[in-house]
Design a protein around this ligand. Structure first.
Ligand code: IMP
Ligand code: MG
Length: 185
């Protein structure tokens, strides 16, 4: 792909991603099998959109979809610590099974804010599923437990499979590490 030229290296290939997403879908399918109530899958736009659309097709259960937009990043690669609501859920989650689907947990600020907010709405269960986790970057202020995690990755800025740098690279099928000169420009 033409965008690959900006990568230092591919960190996780599309084949590795596919295999892991199928495993996550299976884990979720098994854990909710005893309860036929629907699961509301909450996509945190935009970064999660690719993971979300792949994951939902690997879950053999009655799933409903909802979407949220929160902003925690500007155009740089560092977290601002400020999380802002841009779009709320369309439906009520009271009494429902909810899984928040995230692309990546970095400082954890976004999810700490989101989980705190959703918890007040009285979901039956509230779990977190993230494709990527960078535990070394976790802020001491965040206290989140990840229920389902695709890959734990080192402290590098990654793009592709939904993840962007300045809105670019979301459509790359693999996940790669950006060349430093690209984000220093
Ligand atoms: P947190 O609030 O610091 O945990 O950041 C979460 C959000 O920051 C993610 O949903 C991403 O949108 C963005 N983010 C964090 N790390 C990266 C990265 O390495 N590449 C692209 N986006 C990232
Ligand atoms: Mg995101």
């Amino acid at each position: 792909m033409i965008l690959d030229n900006d990568l230092e290296k591919i960190l996780i290939s599309k084949e590795q991603i596919q295999k892991r997403v199928a495993e996550l879908g299976q884990m979720i399918t098994i854990e909710y099998a005893k309860d036929p109530d629907p699961i509301v899958l909450v996509c945190i736009l935009k970064g999660s959109v690719v993971f979300f659309s792949d994951l939902m097709r690997q879950i053999d259960h009655d799933c409903r979809l909802d979407f949220m937009i929160v902003k925690s990043y500007g155009a740089g690669t560092d977290t601002s610590g400020n999380v802002r609501f841009v779009k709320d859920l369309d439906g009520s989650i009271t009494g429902k099974h909810v899984i928040i689907v995230e692309d990546i947990i970095d400082s954890g600020n976004t999810l700490t804010f989101l989980r705190g907010n959703l918890i007040t709405r009285g979901a039956k269960t509230l779990r977190i599923c993230t494709l990527l986790d960078k535990p070394d970057r976790r802020s001491p202020r965040s206290n989140i437990t990840v229920d389902y995690c695709g890959f734990t990755i080192p402290n590098e800025f990654v793009v592709g499979y939904g993840l962007d740098f300045d809105e670019k690279y979301r459509n790359m099928p693999d996940i790669g590490i950006l060349k430093p000169e690209v984000y220093r420009k």
